[in-house]
Design a protein around this ligand. Structure first.
Ligand code: PDD
Length: 281
């Protein structure tokens, strides 16, 4: 495997960043994960738009032009012969002597890109069975709309999910409303067939997959309510699912060990999953 690290393509096993990289010391960086499907980066423009926004919100300089970045992403995909999988990119505020203040102007941001193949058949098996989620109290900062590499609450929540035999953890705010998953957006389908997902304000990441599913729902003539929903409402729902570039539309069949709907993936979630690539760019 080959990775891109600050201007070089290097063997993955030897791909290193400096010990004083601010991503390493302060989680002072942002990232994107894009799906690679049939050799193509899915929704590249939207991901790079969101990257620009994340960088802008944190006053981190762009590491290179969009065209150059697109080239690097494609080159890493090509060198790893990835046809279906994921490409990961991370930009940090660069390398500087440890000090909380931003480093001197002109300190170059650090860019890392990796790609890896995924097994689409394995993913379909998971989707056919559906996944479980647990619920955990929301304990993240109030700017989770910025896709930073500061993911410790997400890591702890997802690990807890795994230990309980679930795939994802849903964060629940002080009002009992689901915000989102540790690495996914959260959705339910009400008994009368409406899709419900939380508005993309500062309380959740504005998922690209979420946006594509909103577009797809409109095309399919499904009604959508962008509003918060509670855990109790999700347990009463007909269906639930999660969305992310890494899992697309993934049916949720259990919440805290209790069945959602009939305990099997719902037809609306399955249909959205099946048609996803008809509308993604
Ligand atoms: N996670 N919410 C959170 C907290 C996320 O980390 C992600 C993505 C999403 C979904 O966003 P998108 O549809 O653009 O992938 C929502 C990536 C995949 C990750 O951390 O691996």
């Amino acid at each position: 495997r080959i990775a891109y690290v600050n201007g070089r393509y290097v063997p993955h096993a030897q791909a290193c960043v400096h010990i004083e990289d601010r991503g390493y010391q302060f989680a002072d960086g942002v990232y994107e994960v894009c799906e690679v499907w049939s050799g193509k980066i899915v929704d590249e423009r939207r991901h790079l738009d969101r990257l620009d926004r994340s960088l802008g919100e944190l006053s981190i300089a762009s590491p290179m032009s969009r065209a150059a970045l697109g080239f690097v992403l494609r080159e890493v995909i090509r060198r790893n012969r990835v046809r279906d999988g994921l490409v990961y990119l991370q930009v940090t505020r660069g390398v500087a002597k440890r000090d909380h203040y931003f480093p001197a102007d002109g300190t170059p941001p650090a860019l890392v890109v990796t790609a890896r193949a995924a097994d689409p058949r394995a993913a379909e098996k998971v989707a056919d069975a559906g996944v479980g989620v647990i619920t955990v109290p929301e304990n993240r900062w109030d700017r989770v709309d910025i896709k930073t590499v500061g993911l410790l609450p997400n890591v702890l929540a997802k690990q807890k999910a795994r230990e309980r035999g679930a795939r994802e953890a849903w964060f629940v705010d002080g009002d009992g409303m689901v915000t989102e998953g540790g690495s996914t957006n959260a959705w339910i389908v009400t008994k009368d067939g409406k899709l419900v997902t939380r508005p993309a304000d500062h309380g959740i990441l504005r998922g690209i997959t979420r946006q594509v599913v909103l577009d797809l729902a409109a095309r399919e003539g499904l009604s959508v309510e962008e509003r918060a929903f509670s855990v109790a409402e999700a347990l009463e729902a007909k269906e639930a699912f999660i969305t992310a570039a890494s899992s697309l539309v993934m049916p949720v069949v259990r919440i805290d060990g209790r069945a959602v709907g009939n305990g099997h993936p719902g037809s609306i979630a399955r249909n959205l999953r099946e048609k996803f690539h008809e509308i993604s760019e």
